[in-house]
Write a protein that binds this ligand. Structure first.
Ligand SMILES: *[C@@H]1O[C@H](CO)[C@@H](O)[C@H](O)[C@H]1NC(C)=O
Ligand SMILES: *[C@@H]1O[C@H](CO)[C@@H](O)[C@H](O)[C@H]1NC(C)=O
Length: 568
């Protein structure tokens, strides 16, 4: 035996255990693949040796984009996965009213585009998005605001935000359930209920209430039926379901996103916004849908100046709380929690955390002060060096009680008049429809009392709205009153203390922020003893969306609270 042969043999013997271990792990991986992949071929096993299987649970937009690029996931597989999830979980959750029969075909098209020379047509190419049932899509999907009255109607065109989604390559996955007519038919139906969608259910333990009105959009994202969705908001319709279902919701400044093709309540206050599991995903979706739309010209042109150069994604800054001036709306919002309760203690912890230095990457030079400084106010020189937010506890809104009472603030009288006008013009614009006016919808409900559960819920708001006669002197007075209330109550306070944001819990102060169409970003804040989620909302003046995203992202990264709901 030659020396060299002996050496290789020795080498081989020494390496044998290692080679065996590799072979065993290869078998394990292909066995694992056969469970996940349902195609237990050698080829699949070999590929998975090189590439980890895509983790669908809690998938993010950036993760999906990277997997598309790396070849470990196709849009077709992703859409198929979400359709399977909907088939399995929707009978219990009622988050989705309809799935798009063309979603898989659109996904295949996106896959072909990606592998062709041209490449993806936009940042959302092949990414499925679920949209609220009040957002028009000119495809096989119905657009009904949850009501049977609009079933079979034909919308004239895609809503402005849908056009932007399609231009960016997104796949419209289906229609999310919602509170019927944005809960504007009657005060009595539970949030998340509609005749077409049934009762939407919170996927977390502790409560079945998903809040509303963008209930299905929140439930679906929370339960991993889709990664991102669109909701609409007027006074808490995004921030409240976001909080209840432990997802992120952005209610953009009115006009930042087009309202054309949206079943309306008030052109002064309606807005369309993203819901997602992370602030980054919500910001990515906002980047796609924000912008000027000739069909919602006045509002979108006025708000276009609030879209930052380079987009909202640029504001994902882990140090985004540093130096921000934040006011806590304690009364009557955060202090609704019982003293000593888990919720109260969690919020107290969040407020302490926000005024502490967040972790700074080691490569960065930063001057740190000890974290156990006394709470603000400190001498202004210290504030200059402090890393963290400057928190003003218990700021008081002038006339908060009047602003919260929709009758007294003037909101009720104006919304009733605006709803009739804007709904009638929305219904007239449809290509075909069984109902063409609010009066028709009222008659439809009377003719279908069982399905519309008229005995239980009635339609008191519809009837009051139908009695109105346009915007007259009383409505104009109410509008000026709201302008004055929000100026004295919100704007003066924020300007006087140079506040960047106000903080409150869940949707509690959303009515206040509705008075001026102000933006709100809502982020998961914790879970009660029974496991039901609660959220924290950051609100600001018109156009502060980018700043709120920056603050919300820093808070989210420092706390990482969201977890997916327990599986049934
Ligand atoms: C839309 O509604 C009609 C009933 O009018 C129904 O036949 C159709 O399947 C619905 N579309 C989808 C995509 O579910
Ligand atoms: C709101 O204001 C109206 C009119 O002043 C009053 O009748 C009603 O009781 C108030 N509602 C609440 C909840 O305070």
């Amino acid at each position: 035996m030659k020396f060299s042969t002996a050496f290789s043999l020795l080498n081989f013997l020494l390496l044998l255990p290692l080679l065996l271990a590799m072979a065993v792990s290869a078998l394990r991986v292909s066995g694992f693949a056969s469970v996940r992949d349902s195609r237990p071929t050698m080829a699949a096993g070999k590929r998975l040796l090189l590439q980890a299987p895509f983790e669908f649970e809690e998938a993010t937009v950036a993760g999906i984009q990277a997997a598309f690029k790396g070849g470990s996931l196709t849009s077709y597989q992703l859409v198929q996965h979400y359709l399977n999830q909907i088939t399995a979980l929707n009978p219990k959750l009622n988050a989705v009213i309809e799935v798009n029969p063309d979603a898989l075909a659109a996904a295949s098209q996106a896959d072909r585009r990606r592998s062709s020379a041209g490449g993806p047509i936009g940042p959302f190419d092949g990414i499925p998005v679920l949209v609220k049932d009040s957002i028009s899509t000119r495809d096989k999907l119905n657009t009904t605001a949850g009501s049977l009255a609009l079933l079979g109607s034909v919308v004239p065109r895609d809503a402005g935000v849908i056009k932007r989604l399609r231009d960016a390559g997104a796949v419209i996955l289906g229609k999310a359930s919602m509170s019927e007519w944005d809960h504007f038919r009657s005060l009595l139906p539970p949030q998340g209920w509609s005749p077409r969608g049934g009762q939407g259910k919170n996927p977390y333990p502790g409560t079945e209430n998903p809040c509303g009105t963008s209930s299905g959009s929140a439930i679906a994202v929370a339960a991993n039926l889709v990664a991102v969705s669109l909701g609409t908001d007027l006074d808490g319709a995004i921030s409240c379901p976001a909080a209840f279902n432990s997802v992120v919701g952005i209610k953009p400044t009115v006009g930042l996103t087009s309202r054309s093709g949206i079943m309306p309540i008030s052109p002064r206050l309606d807005t369309v916004g993203p819901m997602a599991r992370t602030v980054a995903d919500a910001a990515a979706l906002l980047d796609v849908i924000a912008g000027i739309d000739p069909l919602d010209k006045g509002a979108t042109e006025a708000a276009a100046k609030f879209i930052p150069n380079g987009g909202f994604l640029k504001y994902l800054n882990v140090e985004g709380l540093n130096g921000k001036r934040i006011g806590i709306l304690r009364h009557p919002f955060v202090d609704q929690f019982l003293p000593g309760s888990l919720e109260e203690e969690t919020f107290a912890g969040h407020f302490r955390l926000m005024s502490l230095p967040p972790p700074v990457p080691p490569s960065r030079f930063a001057l740190h002060l000890p974290s156990q400084l006394p709470p603000p106010p400190w001498p202004s020189l210290l504030l200059f060096w402090q890393k963290g937010a400057i928190v003003f506890d218990n700021v008081e809104l002038k006339n908060a009680n009047i602003m919260l009472n929709q009758t007294e603030s003037g909101e009720t009288i104006t919304l009733l008049a605006e709803f009739k006008l804007s709904l009638n013009s929305y219904l007239k614009d449809l290509v075909s429809s069984p109902v063409r006016s609010l009066a028709d919808v009222i008659a439809f409900n009377n003719q279908n009392p069982t399905e519309e559960r008229m005995k239980e819920f009635g339609q008191i708001i519809f009837l009051a709205s139908e009695k109105t006669n346009g915007i007259g002197a009383a409505e104009k007075n109410a509008m000026s009153k709201m302008v004055q209330l929000r100026k004295e109550g919100i704007e003066d306070l924020m300007k006087e203390k140079s506040l960047d944001a106000l903080i409150f819990s869940e949707g509690s102060a959303a009515h206040l922020m509705a008075l001026g169409g102000y933006p709100i970003v809502s982020v998961p804040a914790g879970y009660s003893k029974s496991g039901s989620p609660f959220g924290i909302s950051f609100a600001g003046l018109l156009g502060s969306d980018a700043k709120l995203i920056e603050i919300a992202y820093a808070f989210e990264q420092a706390t990482k609270i969201r977890k997916s709901p327990p599986h049934a």
